[in-house]
Unconditional design. Structure first.
Length: 81
């Protein structure tokens, strides 16, 4: 929520449309990132509705865990960075 609110504020101050990047740490499976992406999307939608503004954002992750390294291909196919 704070990332989206800050991005919208930065956009208002700069006059340029922001692109927020939300990185989810310590993901081990595709199912985890899919669940978290839904939470992120619903939060972004709520903030946009509350503030009456449109926000562009991307969702990504870092491959930090050994299990994630084995699942890097499928995880990468479901994220944007």
């Amino acid at each position: 929520r704070a990332v989206f609110e800050a991005a919208l504020e930065a956009g208002r101050r700069s006059g340029r449309p922001p692109v927020a990047e939300v990185m989810v740490p310590l993901v081990a499976t595709v199912q985890e990132i899919d669940i978290l992406k839904e939470v992120i999307r619903s939060t972004a939608q709520l903030v946009q509705e509350e503030q009456g503004a449109k926000l562009t954002y991307r969702i990504g992750t870092m491959i930090e865990l050994p299990r994630a390294a084995l699942m890097a291909g499928p995880i990468a196919s479901t994220t944007e960075f």
